[in-house]
Design a protein around this ligand. Sequence first.
Ligand code: PGA
Length: 279
Amino acid sequence: MGALRTDFHPTMRKPIIAANWKMHKTPPETEDFLRDFLVLAQSGESVDIVIAPPFISLSAALAMITNRDHVRVSAQNMHFEPSGAYTGEISPLMLRTMHVSYVILGHSERRSIFGETDALINKKVLAAHHYHLKPILCVGETLEERDAGKLEEVLTTQLTGSLASVTADQMVGTVIAYEPVWAIGTGRTATAAQAQEAHALVRRIITGLYDPETARRVRIQYGGSVKPGNMGELMAQPDVDGALVGGASLESGSFWEIVRAAAEANTVKLSAPILPAGN
Ligand code: PGA
């Protein structure tokens, strides 16, 4: 018999594993990846799989995954206006028209390299919901902030700012990606205990902004050097509901191993007895 769990109801949250390809893969490379990956992912219904190629490869991805409900396509960013004089930008309306399902918002690379603020990210989150795109909202602290004991402060500021005016219903349809900046692309993963602590904190902050029921239903992904070898241990944590994967998502076999490891760890998690919250 597994440990009694009092703090969550795992059956409410379907794991979600997303591939963040960043500035990698042309349309032909996207087709090559998906040709292999979709053979592997024929039966992945227990996990939501999301592929986020660069804008120019969205069409190629969408054309290949039609009629596969458990694999969805995401953009990596967008503007908040539906159209206008914004040279170089892509709008939520454009993404919706193409049948893109998700959009990654507020990634730390957008924040640090392109100067995105919580106020700007908030406009994008609201616009995403308006156009029925599901946001994957990224939050996370730098090593300096962690070492200075500011984890809670940073996550509270980012979540409060990015989620302003988001309704409880919209919140449930928002995926949070907790990505410690020091673990992104560095090969240095947070330990499972560090991930669980931060995820529980994120859920606590959402409880404060909304209510316990809303917070219990929000899916929180971990991101930062996720690999086939560490996915299982991360996913076994009660508040870890999936992963946002960069480097290890670029190769179809390795990304599929991550999806499988998440599905297996979640099956074990589901077998733990559940007590109603508050007991
Ligand atoms: P990584 O990137 O898996 O390469 O660390 C994760 C991310 O930035 O989303």
